[in-house]
Design a protein around this ligand. Structure first.
Ligand code: SF4
Length: 370
């Protein structure tokens, strides 16, 4: 694989060898902003630590690091992210096929796991992972890595030390009902941001070749089915000045011309609308996430069009008021229809996220929706 922005460090006897094991395909890893945050943050903050990466592939194991082709079992510390519950099956497979016992009590390397599946409920993984991180990487992971640096090769002592952190759950030490306090970044402007972002020459980014910019984290809304809004509350936004700085530096450093915006509900503030204007007026192109229907306004659509986006996604989820009340995501049917016509009038293709399969839902409800 030929990749841009791979971190290269000289490996010596004193180097602390860690690996970021991504339990899904490279395409998913490259599109996951948290993978970039973890990779660059740890390598920048810890001079003696070399955090390499590996990801799920269709090849038979053992797994090797992307950077130095070192086998997985030769790393002393494993960091992973479980974005979905079923990622655990891939994690177990990757460990097993690399000759590492997936069961935590038979393994010398600690596995530090974070991500939505772990944050929402770490218990199903308690026989596999050693440390569950309940919080956002920027304000949790450095302290955990530091504890390993201080207690290298003494897993028992490391786990005792790390269990004292209030946002960490250690299944082998903590009681299942132990109170754990989620930690989150309070001020996004001052948090670490990966200006360099890895990407492959051979594997296409799912959102096209571009620089990923997280404009906000969390969500202002509270749809009943949505786990992300609970795990990443409260809603926080980067300032316009910070976003400009990130975009200017990121496009230049990565030699790119396109901004891929990451935001749970977009736009949720004036800043997010202003940043689309900034991108369009500077001749860059944009890829935006699904757009809130309340903001389908002509001038905003013109800006998005100017910045080269060809299709727009909206997420009404359901079009029958009874179910909308049930899921606490109410959208007026007229608003949905008018928005669709307006989007089409501006020359975009429309994609819609719809859900079905609710209790008490009738066939007529689904018919109305379709
Ligand atoms: S608007 Fe989207 S991100 Fe926000 S709570 Fe609803 S589903 Fe979740």
């Amino acid at each position: 694989m030929i990749e841009y922005n791979t971190v290269k460090k000289r490996v010596s006897r004193n180097t602390i060898r860690m690996i970021y094991l991504y339990p899904s395909l490279y395409e998913a890893m490259v599109a996951s902003l948290s993978s970039h945050i973890i990779y660059y943050m740890i390598n920048e903050e810890f001079e003696d630590v070399y955090l390499e990466r590996t990801y799920l592939s269709s090849k038979q194991g053992p797994y090797y690091s992307l950077e130095t082709k070192t086998t997985l079992r030769n790393f002393e510390f494993i960091v992973t992210s479980l974005h979905y519950e079923l990622d655990i099956a891939n994690l177990v497979w990757m460990l097993h096929s690399s000759g590492i016992d997936p069961r935590n009590r038979f393994r010398s390397q600690p596995i530090i796991a974070g991500g939505p599946a772990v944050m929402s409920n770490p218990h199903p993984y308690s026989k596999i992972i050693d440390v569950a991180v309940i919080g956002e990487a920027e304000v949790t992971l450095p302290a955990i890595v530091e504890k390993w640096v201080e207690n290298r090769f003494d897993k028992k002592r490391f786990l005792e030390e790390v269990s004292s952190l209030e946002y960490v759950y250690v299944p082998s030490i903590d009681e299942p009902d132990e109170k754990i306090y989620r930690r989150y970044v309070e001020d996004l402007d001052s948090a670490f941001y990966p200006i360099k972002q890895f990407r492959s020459v051979n594997v296409e980014h799912p959102f096209g070749e571009g620089f990923m910019v997280e404009t906000s984290r969390g969500c202002r809304y509270w749809c009943r089915f949505c786990m992300e809004s609970r795990l990443f509350k409260p809603y926080r936004s980067r300032s316009f000045g910070k976003l400009r700085e990130i975009i200017d530096q990121g496009l230049l450093t990565n030699n790119l011309n396109k901004v891929i915006i990451y935001s749970l509900s977009f736009p949720s503030s004036n800043v997010e609308k202003l940043i689309v204007r900034f991108i369009a007026e500077h001749g860059y192109s944009v890829s935006i996430p699904s757009i809130r229907l309340e903001y389908v306004e002509d001038d905003f659509l013109d800006l998005i069009k100017k910045a080269g986006q060809k299709s727009l996604t909206i997420a009404p989820e359901y079009l029958c008021p009874t179910i909308q009340r049930l899921i606490a995501k109410y959208m007026d049917l007229d608003l949905v229809l008018n928005s669709i016509y307006r989007i089409i009038d501006h020359g975009f293709d429309v994609k819609m996220y719809l859900m079905y399969g609710f209790k008490n839902e009738s066939l007529d409800d689904i018919r109305v929706m379709l």
